[in-house]
Ligand binder design. Structure first.
Ligand SMILES: [Cu+2]
Length: 353
């Protein structure tokens, strides 16, 4: 039988251990502030499991500390300890109780998973296109956008496709995370609960530009969202009416083409690897595109031809000092012909001047 004094000591130790663990759980901000119904549920699971863990931690800490202290060897005690056979009641208890707790966590998680996957009867459908290293979003009515805009308190159902490798969609404050896998369409539901700006992050290491594969996210109240969508529709879905005012353009491109060139450069993720002053990017994975003219000359080709070949077939000519197979070879397939033309004009216009 455990003596009364030992029992009291263990209760005190358990209370202290629980206090310390609770402070660590509460005082450190482990999760971002929730911005979606799904994140609210995920946060609940997190606390449900954490509270159970704190209880077990307190119990184990109390028993271990008391046992180590009370049964420590006395000086000069060279005898063996007493032979002990199991304690059936204790063993049944420490099997059944954890089993119940783990099953409880499993059931709560399963309920949350199924609720988080439920898009309700009237979700907003948004198609997501992921490719190295950019995101694109398509709204009903073929409205394309580089920015993810979501209406407040409405289920948004994402249908996601990848043009190349596995990517993964994650907005930390919204909790939900889902891989985007080439060849299949994956789905995820997010229901925003507060307006604001967030960042969508690719969380699957997808290549050299992975760290730059982000997209801006905005949650608007319903009227503002409808207004945004209507405006995008009338703008032909060009993705935020970008002006062609890219400093120093003299390539003879009309401002329409240069606007498309600029948006394509941004949406295809070129800026994740290349410096190009008109686009305001300064990445250094690939060559500085401000200096294209010189490379075209070295290759003995007109700038426009050289640029087109570099985009469609990156390994045809490897820029000096760079590696082959770094620039994705898929742009020839993923870019529409007019986007490709505009991109070539956008890049060579600058280079030729
Ligand atoms: Cu990615």
């Amino acid at each position: 039988m455990i003596r009364r004094a030992a029992m009291v000591k263990m209760v005190v130790i358990a209370a202290l251990a629980a206090l310390v663990a609770t402070l660590v759980a509460v005082l450190i901000r482990w999760l971002p502030e929730s911005a979606s119904e799904e994140m609210d549920r995920i946060t609940f699971v997190y606390w449900f499991a954490t509270i159970i863990c704190i209880g077990i931690f307190a119990l184990v800490a109390a028993v271990i500390i008391e046992a180590v202290w009370a049964f420590r060897v006395q000086p000069d005690d060279d005898t063996d300890g007493p032979p002990i056979h199991g304690n059936t009641r204790l063993e049944i208890a420490w099997t059944i109780v954890p089993a119940i707790l783990v099953i409880a966590i499993g059931v709560v998680s399963a309920v949350v998973l199924s609720k988080n996957a439920d898009a309700g009867s009237n979700p907003l459908h948004v198609k997501v296109f992921a490719q190295q290293f950019a995101w694109k979003f398509e709204y009903p009515g073929k409205v394309m956008s580089d920015e993810l805009v979501m209406p407040l308190h409405r289920n948004v159902k994402f249908e996601m496709q990848s043009a190349d490798v596995i990517h993964s969609l994650w907005i930390p404050q919204m909790g939900q995370k889902q891989d985007v896998v080439p060849g299949i369409t994956t789905e995820i539901v997010i229901t925003p609960t507060r307006t604001g700006t967030f960042t969508l992050i690719c969380t699957e290491l997808c290549g050299l530009g992975h760290a730059t594969m982000r997209a801006p996210v905005r949650v608007l109240d319903q009227p503002a969202f409808q207004a945004w969508l209507a405006k995008q529709r009338s703008a032909g879905g060009a993705g935020g009416a970008t002006s062609g005012a890219a400093g120093g353009q003299t390539g003879g491109a009309t401002s329409d083409t240069s606007a498309l060139g600029k948006t394509t450069f941004a949406s295809a993720g070129c800026g994740g690897c290349h410096t190009f002053t008109p686009a305001g990017t300064d990445a250094q994975v690939g060559p500085d595109l401000d200096k294209l003219a010189a490379d075209a000359k070295a290759a003995g080709e007109p700038v426009a031809d050289y640029v087109r070949q570099s985009i469609v077939d990156p390994n045809a000519v490897i820029a000096k000092g760079y590696q082959p197979n770094v620039m994705p070879p898929t742009f020839g397939d993923t870019l529409k012909p007019d986007e490709l033309d505009a991109l070539v004009a956008y890049l060579s216009g600058k280079g030729a001047s």
